[in-house]
Ligand binder design. Structure first.
Ligand SMILES: [Zn+2]
Length: 274
């Protein structure tokens, strides 16, 4: 279904790949401890894999919106591919009236910014999960997390400078007609998924509740070191996969390849691409 848009309710939804991120075996973190992490790597038989970095564009009678923005120009020449691809489909920086962020990490939010730190989307309100704004917006908390997990604080600061009062705090529940914010805490404190409700199918954008489908579907207790709270992250991943399988939802994610449906498998789950 590459290059095709999904129609869910009143929304036409496009997925854009902004670039590829190398997820290395050393990033894997199994809830059952280092031995479980090591054996997951052995079973995997790889030292790394390239993950899509996605954002989603939504078109409705009310206008154009985004869910996440990709990394823009902040992560070097390997990223920023979503911008021209979106323009080719008629999504211009000016036409976007709203950006829904799933969480405050650079690969999801740096696309909000121009190189000089100004707003890339001159007409957009930015809706950001409440608990992420509270956490990453508090400089005092920066020191409480390891250095590798501090990126979100810088992103929050830059975002605030660029958009100021156009940043709005988002809570769980309905946000627009046919779109609901679903809490998916763990990867970050406030991570939010977005569920679009259609007459036949629902689509859940599950953010970073799942990174490496080929590993984590079969073993949801396997996380990545970027998950701020590994225990909560794994619980969210399992609950989300169970719900998606039970309801037959279509899913898309920050780092999944395209759209698919989740099914139960002998061990854990599997994803069947659309
Ligand atoms: Zn991500």
């Amino acid at each position: 279904m590459k290059d095709e848009a999904l129609q869910i309710g009143r929304y036409e939804i496009f997925v854009f790949n902004d670039g590829l991120f190398e997820a290395k075996a050393e990033y894997l973190h199994h809830l059952d401890g280092p031995e479980a992490s090591a054996s997951a790597v052995v079973r995997w038989g790889k030292t790394s894999t390239m993950l899509d970095v996605n954002c989603f564009a939504l078109r409705s009678p009310d206008g154009d919106m985004l869910i996440d923005t990709g990394a823009g120009t902040a992560w070097g020449p390997g990223f920023g591919h979503a911008r021209p691809a979106m323009e080719a489909k008629g999504f211009t920086p000016e036409s976007i009236t709203c950006v829904l962020l799933t969480h405050i990490h650079g690969d999801h939010a740096y696309g909000l910014l121009n190189d000089d730190g100004t707003a890339y989307f001159p007409n957009a309100d930015i809706l950001v999960p409440h608990a992420d704004l509270a956490f990453f917006g508090d400089p005092a908390l920066r020191e409480t997390v390891s250095e590798a997990r501090r990126g979100g604080f810088t992103v929050a600061d830059k975002m605030q400078r660029a958009y100021g009062a156009r940043i709005r705090s988002l809570s769980t529940g309905p946000i627009f007609e046919g779109i609901e914010a679903v809490p998916l805490p763990g990867h970050t404190p406030g991570q939010m998924g977005y569920r679009l409700q259609g007459s036949e199918d629902d689509l859940l954008i599950l953010a970073d509740a799942l990174h490496i489908a080929e590993l984590q579907l079969a073993d949801p207790k396997l996380g990545l070191v970027f998950d701020l709270d590994p225990v909560q992250s794994a619980a969210t991943r399992l609950a989300t996969l169970e719900q998606a399988a039970q309801h037959g939802w279509i899913v898309g994610g920050g780092h999944l390849h395209g759209f698919g449906r989740i099914e139960r498998a002998q061990t854990g789950f599997r994803m069947i691409g659309l």
